[in-house]
Ligand binder design. Structure first.
Ligand SMILES: Nc1ncnc2c1ncn2[C@@H]1O[C@H](COP(=O)(O)OP(=O)(O)OP(=O)(O)O)[C@@H](O)[C@H]1O
Length: 594
């Protein structure tokens, strides 16, 4: 019961904030309309008496009765239109509020499955109009209670039992709707999960990349069938409740007929009743019951919407991320000491200084992405410290941490915006220079060019999107750049160009690169080798390679493969790695050849 009040109050206050005048008008009209059945009893009875006594007021009263009946119908129409406007406003504001909350989700929460579930549920609740249903159900219940009270008061003067049984006739419908809606409310979470699964599977068949991959795998039929299974589960659950509704509706009808029959029995046995009063009361009862016949449905809705609305309320009240802080463009030193991330990273130590290119390498699943995510604040740190220029930022807010960093994630996004909009996400700097540095100027000729095929824009290759992401990072221009596989989609020539540029930029930056490419690693000042969440080796490429440890094992085939390809005469006998580095770096070349 408490939950019904809490969720109703939430819906009503949300409506009051969104459209106070419309809500006020709806409530006022409902209260006015609620008085109509009682007024009808009084006026019809007065008219009957006036006709009997040939009173001079007969015509005035007849006019009032006509006004009352016609007014009731037109005011009910206006009230229902106002209700529609209220619902539209609530749905519109509900969607905007969800958008706002989503844009303010603390990034560290994004990694949680629960957050994804909550966001999807919130979107579904506002899209389905649960919020507006609850708000209008509250006004309907207020209306119904007012009608019932005024009807009771107007009938009780003729016969108290008739008044009581008339009101009691509403109870069976209330009980049935309450009971069945509770069943629907209980299965809402389960239904929602099935919906989410089905929608996820359907989305995979819509979005270009997964849809194409599924088509190539001939797997779309499997996805369709799987989605159908979830949709069937939802339908079966819903069907069972609605069958129950029909069954219980039968009991409801019998109980209502019994109550109403008793009301009429008591009525016709009233000794003092005149024919005029009897007619007036019957007219009042029938219009009153007609007005409130759906009170059971409204109460059922209040019950049914409780679970989704409490969830929405929790989502609306969840903490928001702090607004972003200005970017810090230079940092002298980043120091990571004894860093632990639960079950993934253990005792990680790392130091990076301004002007250095640092690499983090390791096998798949070693913890590289987790490490850089912990640094920028999107993964929680269990223990250890991260300090930048002496400031301990280990437990600082995301906004405070992130101002030091710019990150090019491994799964960079392909935003279907114009080139200019894509770049502005990075920062307000000179887009032309950013495009040049990232090598994107070769394929971008117009900043207003629309990208992404879903908006009729230009399709870019993976490497071209990656260059745009780099251009964005350049515009953000933080003191510490973190690049997770920055050139994974870029050809060898492009990679050389980008790293030459990074080397130039890194004069006053700290650049940390996660990479699997030997060619990239040769350009690094220091490499940290991660194995099962621990740093097991560190040093320059040549130092690590000479050690003959895990690093050598991981990169030997890569290096020998390329060296072998470069020298068709046979495998490299020399233990030194082949020169895959920056062609401009002549010392490296001579080292490897030496
Ligand atoms: N959200 C998560 N919760 C729990 N474990 C996770 C989560 N994300 C990743 N992991 C696990 O943490 C380990 C490290 O993952 P991480 O993505 O950091 O590896 P990686 O070194 O970047 O791998 P790759 O080279 O394949 O990108 C993996 O075993 C992975 O399964």
């Amino acid at each position: 019961m408490k939950n019904i009040f809490t969720s109703s109050w939430f819906a009503l206050t949300f409506a009051a904030r969104t459209a106070p005048r419309t809500l006020g008008a709806v409530l006022l009209l409902q209260l006015v309309l609620a008085g109509f059945p009682a007024a009808q009893v009084w006026l019809v009875s007065a008219l009957g008496r006036a006709i009997e006594t040939r009173s001079a007021h007969t015509y005035v009263l007849a006019f009032c009765v006509a006004l009352l009946i016609a007014g009731f119908l037109s005011l009910q129409d206006i009230s229902s239109r106002l209700g529609d406007i209220l619902r539209l406003n609530i749905a519109w504001m509900g969607r905007k509020t969800v958008d706002h909350k989503v844009s303010r989700l603390p990034p560290e929460r994004l990694a949680h499955t629960e957050t994804n579930k909550q966001v999807r549920q919130a979107l579904e609740v506002v899209s389905n109009g649960n919020l507006s249903v609850q708000a209008t159900a509250v006004t309907s219940v207020i209306f119904a209670v007012t009608v019932a009270i005024s009807l009771f008061v107007s009938i009780v003067q003729f016969n108290v039992w008739t008044a009581m049984f008339t009101i009691l006739a509403l109870i069976p419908s209330l009980v049935v709707n309450f009971y069945c809606s509770r069943r629907l409310a209980e299965q809402w979470e389960q239904n929602n999960d099935y919906h989410r699964h089905a929608n996820y599977l359907c989305e995979q068949m819509i979005y270009k990349e997964p849809a194409t991959e599924l088509a190539l795998l001939d797997a779309r039929e499997w996805f369709r069938a799987e989605a159908e299974t979830y949709r069937d589960k939802v339908a079966s659950l819903d069907r069972s409740v609605h069958t129950m509704y029909i069954r219980t509706e039968l009991y409801n009808s019998l109980a209502t007929i019994a109550c109403f029959g008793l009301a009429l029995l008591a009525f016709v046995r009233t000794d003092t009743l005149t024919a005029v009063d009897a007619t007036a009361t019957l007219v009042g009862i029938s219009s009153g019951l007609f007005a409130i016949h759906n009170v059971g449905w409204s109460v059922g809705m209040l019950m049914q919407e409780t679970t989704p609305l409490l969830m929405l309320q929790r989502f609306f009240n969840s903490p928001e991320a702090e607004p972003p802080l200005p970017v810090i463009e230079t940092s002298e030193q980043l120091r990571v000491e004894k860093l632990f991330v639960t079950d993934i990273l253990y005792d990680v130590n790392l130091t990076a200084r301004q002007g250095q290119l640092i690499a983090i390498v390791g096998l798949n699943g070693a913890g590289k992405t987790t490490l850089v995510s912990a640094l920028v604040g999107t993964r929680p740190i269990a223990a250890g410290t991260v300090t930048i220029d002496g400031h301990d930022i280990t437990h600082a807010s995301f906004a405070e941490k992130h101002r030091y960093f710019g990150m090019l994630p491994q799964d960079y996004s392909r935003f279907g915006l114009t080139v200019a909009q894509n770049l502005r996400l990075g920062g307000p700097g000179d887009p032309t220079e950013a495009l040049r540095i990232s090598g994107a100027d070769a394929f971008v000729h117009d900043l207003d060019q629309q990208l992404g095929e879903q908006w009729g824009g230009v399709g870019l290759s993976g490497g071209q999107w990656q260059r745009l992401s780099l251009a964005r990072l350049r515009l953000r221009n933080p003191g510490i750049w973190i690049l997770d596989e920055p050139t994974s989609s870029i050809d060898a020539h492009g990679e050389m160009e980008i790293f030459a540029e990074l080397r130039r930029i890194s004069g006053n930056k700290i650049v940390i690169v996660v990479s699997h490419r030997a060619s990239t690693l040769r350009m690094m000042d220091k490499i940290y080798f991660l194995s099962n969440g621990r740093i097991t080796e560190s040093g320059t490429f040549d130092e690590l390679y000479a050690k003959g440890g895990e690093f050598t094992e991981l990169f030997t085939s890569q290096i020998e493969g390329v060296a072998g390809a470069a020298d068709p005469a046979g495998p490299v006998e020399n233990e030194q790695p082949a020169d895959l580095g920056n062609p401009s770096d002549s010392s490296d070349s001579s080292d490897s050849e030496g």
